[in-house]
Design a protein around this ligand. Structure first.
Ligand code: 8YV
Length: 315
């Protein structure tokens, strides 16, 4: 008999969805209208042995409490800040995530955002579309990247992949995270504040934890300065968003390029109104190839569990 799997979200990979249906008795929560989802969960809860969820949807203690037969939670993301580990560990239920397979695409988007902010890409696009070019309105030059300093907060796989790309663009790179990374040439600063002081671009790649919540505060933004740019592809909670909008509006910070926000999908109107901001809707891993690879790894973890094999990527 196939194990019962509660699937929180659809993968854009048809192959991943086919494998789920082939190996599991799937309960596709995402296909149920929002208002009916609670009753649907009640109707299948007693049978569910596995859950497939996403980084943003996470997995709560309350949900764990509704699934008495739960054996494993497979997370289709590298970030696991929305998972209530305490409730799961108390029952010995493992959680897996998808590290590694999204590194390159996430790093690519970080560089794309940084370059878009540096070269004011959205404003240039608007300049063409709204007829400003035709009207020969004045156009100020932007700043080149070569020789500028990129400070990377969080120097794991993704931070290091971003640093390699930025070095290839002729930028100097530095990083900060509490624990020094052995065997890397990139210099580490003594604090996030020092990193912001020494950087033209501050790129956030650290995980969301209680310690990193609002780590980018008014002091860090002021240290980055009126010519500085903040790039965030990590989690919105790392940044004090109200302070960010104020710093950008009043010129204490030069620009921001953001893929993640404190309360997604809500983006404060104050940020949306600013011209010195580039915004994308949490899409760093959203490519056909990477979403397939993430989904495949999430499936492979589930299959390993139900075959009695070691999990590939436990959190
Ligand atoms: C996903 C992410 O967009 O992996 C992560 O941690 O933030 C992204 O890859 C997100 O998990 C979708 O829920």
């Amino acid at each position: 008999m196939k194990p019962d799997l509660l699937v929180f979200a659809q993968s854009p990979s048809p192959s991943v969805m086919q494998q789920l249906d082939a190996h599991f008795q799937c309960h596709h929560l995402w296909s149920i209208p929002k208002a009916e989802q609670d009753a649907y969960i009640d109707s299948v809860a007693a049978k569910v042995r596995a859950v497939l969820t996403t980084g943003m949807m996470g997995f709560s203690a309350a949900m764990a409490g509704r699934l008495p037969k739960l054996e494993i939670v497979s997370l289709n993301s590298v970030g696991h800040d929305q998972v209530d580990f305490a409730a799961l560990r108390a029952r010995g239920i493992p959680v897996t995530n998808t590290p590694g397979v999204l590194t390159d695409d996430v790093a690519d988007l970080a560089v794309l955002l940084l370059m878009s902010a540096a070269r004011r890409l959205p404003a240039m696009d608007r300049y063409v579309r709204d007829g400003s070019w035709g009207a020969r309105k004045p156009l100020a030059p932007s700043r080149s990247l070569r020789g500028k300093v990129a400070g990377i907060f969080g120097y794991g796989r993704i931070g290091q992949a971003i640093a390699a790309r930025l070095a290839a663009l002729g930028m100097e790179t530095k990083y900060f995270q509490p624990r020094a990374v052995p065997g890397v040439d990139t210099p580490r600063t003594e604090s996030l504040l020092a990193l912001a002081h020494e950087s033209d671009y501050l790129v956030l790649c650290a995980p969301a934890t209680p310690a990193t919540r609002h780590a980018v505060d008014a002091a860090v933004m002021t240290a980055l300065g009126p010519q500085g740019t903040l790039v965030n592809i990590a989690r919105g909670s790392l940044v004090d968003e109200a302070e960010l909008a104020d710093a950008l509006l009043h010129g204490r910070l030069g620009a921001a390029a953001l893929d993640v926000f404190e309360n997604e999908p809500e983006v404060p109107a104050a940020l949306r109104a600013l011209d010195n901001v580039v915004l994308t809707p949490h899409i760093a891993s959203l490519t056909v190839e990477t979403r397939h690879a993430m989904g495949q790894l999430a499936v492979d973890n589930l299959l390993a569990h139900f075959s009695g094999l070691s999990l590939l990527t436990p959190c």
